[in-house]
Write a new protein. Sequence first.
Length: 202
Amino acid sequence: MCGYCRECRRPVATVNKLIPGIGAIPMKPVKPGGSRGFTLLELIVAMALCAFALSLVFYSWNYISNHTIVQQRRSLFQAESDRIAQSIAAEMRKSPEVISLSTNRVTMLAANGADTVTFEYSNGVLLKNNAPVSCLLAGGRVTQFLIEKEGAAESNPASTYATITLTFRMENNFGDVSQIPLKIRVALPQNPADEALRQWNF
């Protein structure tokens, strides 16, 4: 059955619905071209926008993830460097007497007063009693162990105390660097037998 569009008076197709016992009931006319889908160009544009949005999300997530990993690695490296430097400084402070001292080597009595402890930086390796100082992080290495005089000595009837500066530097395979300067007060013998220690002239 045909009818006319109210707006433009053009013939439009009508659809009759057949109901048993009642007959055909005319339905609402359907305009030609009244419903349309997406064009290929619109689909391509939509897909391109979605791909661009997803790439931004991925880039942001990747940047944040990498930045977090780098920061965690640097924090762990700095913590390990501090641990080694502070442990050496603690042994030097607790030592009842430094026996031998030079720019890259120190020998002292242990805290118990019976054993001796020697730290020496030789051929790019920091040694403690001739054994390499262990680093808990892979790729970490000591690149500087420098002892320098700091001020004059403080003498008393029992012993002589002096303040030294220990510069401790570590690096790793990722290019991270940690340099820690420490001022340490050490006990020196009144009449040092070691010639190298006497040359320091504290």
